[in-house]
Design a protein. Structure first.
Length: 298
């Protein structure tokens, strides 16, 4: 879907929301309006909000013709809201922004420039900074290589995808709470994704986020189901890294006091055989030595 008659490509930004903190919501929308790349559309998907969010959305839609909205009559959860936004998107490139996060003004411009200069890349994802509830900026987060997908999620909150890569991948309603991890794994089975080490967004940390409002073990259980579902098609993971993926998951379960799922994850790691386990252990030791050496030098 390429709109070649435009001098600059249209970017569709999808913003799902449900009973948002309206102050954060306004800031998220403002960060879209502040983009130096002017050819965007913002599609706000109200997932059955029962607070004042619909009034704010109507107010903001009247403010700028590039903003439009749609509403679910009742809550259908985040993956469904994202898919509803995709259905309405008209852009050559797609992205999504949480209703409590913020783009930096150059975000779209810099990611579009990267994709135009690297036509073989389908999705680019950028570094970002942490943002406290009071607006204080914190640590810059550096995204990692896509080859680490599965071991953990090296992708952050700021990315831009060609329409086909985003729309054809879509979001699975089976993996609520980790739909982004599932999206990235399935996208990377077919499309080329790469990091851009520029700080282009701000991730707000507060108690109202999905990750804060659900038990950590529930989220980890979704991660386990995603690994089990997709592992055979994650062509970028060697047997040693498949072991690492389950070992890391087991350690995270153990840190939450969830002994049974931890044991199951460790057991799955061992099932890959002695050679893969030895390679994973050797890699872990090498990484720890590297981290220690780096600390000593600093």
């Amino acid at each position: 879907m390429i709109n070649s008659h435009r001098s600059q490509p249209l970017v569709s930004i999808i913003m799902p929301t449900h009973n948002a903190n309206v102050g954060f919501l306004r800031e998220a929308i403002d960060s879209c309006i502040a983009q130096t790349h002017p050819h965007w559309e913002l599609i706000i998907v109200d997932d059955g909000s029962t607070n004042e969010s619909p009034l704010v959305i109507a107010e903001q839609s009247a403010r700028d013709a590039r903003i439009r909205s749609l509403r679910h009559a009742s809550k259908r959860r985040l993956p469904a809201a994202l898919n509803s936004g995709i259905e309405q998107a008209q852009g050559d490139f797609l992205t999504w922004l949480s209703d409590d996060d913020r783009f930096r003004p150059l975000a779209l411009e810099r990611m579009l420039k990267f994709l135009s200069e690297h036509p073989q890349i389908d999705i680019v994802y950028a570094d970002y900074s942490l943002l406290q509830s009071d607006g204080t900026l914190g640590e810059r987060m550096r995204v990692g290589p896509a080859e680490e997908l599965g071991i953990h999620k090296p992708v952050g909150i700021c990315y831009l995808a060609k329409y086909e890569a985003f729309a054809r991948t879509g979001f699975s309603e089976d993996f609520f709470l980790a739909e982004d991890l599932d999206f990235w794994i399935r996208a990377c089975m077919t499309y080329k994704a790469t990091p851009l080490h520029e700080d282009l967004a701000q991730y707000r940390q507060h108690r109202g986020t999905l990750t804060q409002s659900h038990p950590r073990t529930e989220i980890l259980s979704v991660h386990r189901r995603i690994l089990d579902r997709h592992l055979d098609r994650m062509h970028w993971l060697s047997p040693a890294n498949q072991v690492r993926a389950y070992l890391r998951l087991g350690k995270q379960f153990l840190a939450q006091g969830a002994a049974a799922p931890a044991a199951a994850a460790f057991g799955r790691a061992v099932s890959f055989g002695p050679h893969a386990c030895a390679a994973a252990f050797s890699d872990l030791v090498t990484r720890k030595i590297g981290q220690y050496t780096q600390l000593q030098r600093s």
